[in-house]
Write a protein that binds this ligand. Structure first.
Ligand SMILES: Nc1ncnc2c1ncn2[C@@H]1O[C@H](COP(=O)(O)OP(=O)(O)OP(=O)(O)O)[C@@H](O)[C@H]1O
Ligand SMILES: [Mg+2]
Length: 155
């Protein structure tokens, strides 16, 4: 049976949304978005591990849009029991998702590797930091990544 008071309490908890536009070749936006999200989650009093995981996911997912796609957007939705991280991009898409998820697999160019990226560790890292990960990609169109990090219940 539902307890009405409890339900009301969880419904009245605020929901926070953070949004970032990811412009073409904007290499600074990943760091900026990760810091902003980290600060907001810390201010909301979320657990250190959740904050760390969300910040890593945001950084790696946004970097992937900048490096591998053309442009896109980031949304971080904080609801009472979870944080949802969503990136949507317009770009070349990922032809083989299973391969893309493998540690060390990267299609990054030499120029990108010289900048210190392209180890092929971003997606495996995102997977490790997520409670749930869902990637949908269409070649020649773009990619949508949705990661969920659950908050541990303290009830
Ligand atoms: N948004 C995206 N659009 C198109 N391809 C992508 C996207 N994200 C990932 N990929 C593909 O998946 C591969 C693996 O991604 P991953 O983040 O694991 O490694 P990386 O970005 O190449 O290197 P690193 O993240 O270690 O700097 C990429 O090299 C690229 O081929
Ligand atoms: Mg990457």
């Amino acid at each position: 049976m539902n307890c009405p008071d409890k339900e009301l309490e969880s419904e009245s908890k605020p929901q926070f949304n953070i949004e970032f536009k990811i412009a073409e070749k904007d290499f600074n936006v990943a760091g900026e978005a990760a810091s902003k999200v980290k600060k907001t989650l810390q201010q909301l009093g979320l657990e250190t591990e959740v904050v760390r995981n969300v910040a890593i996911i945001v950084y790696e997912a946004v970097m992937n849009v900048i490096i591998h796609a053309n442009y896109g957007q980031l949304k971080v939705i904080i609801v009472p029991d979870k944080v949802v991280i969503l990136t949507e991009d317009t770009g070349i898409g990922i032809p083989d998702l299973e391969l893309a998820m493998k540690e060390g697999y990267s299609t990054a160019t030499n120029e990108i590797r010289e900048m210190g990226f392209g180890a092929g560790m971003g997606l495996p890292n995102i997977k490790q930091c997520s409670s749930k990960l869902n990637i949908k990609s269409q070649v020649g169109v773009g990619t949508v990544l949705e990661a969920i990090v659950y908050l541990s219940s303290k009830d």
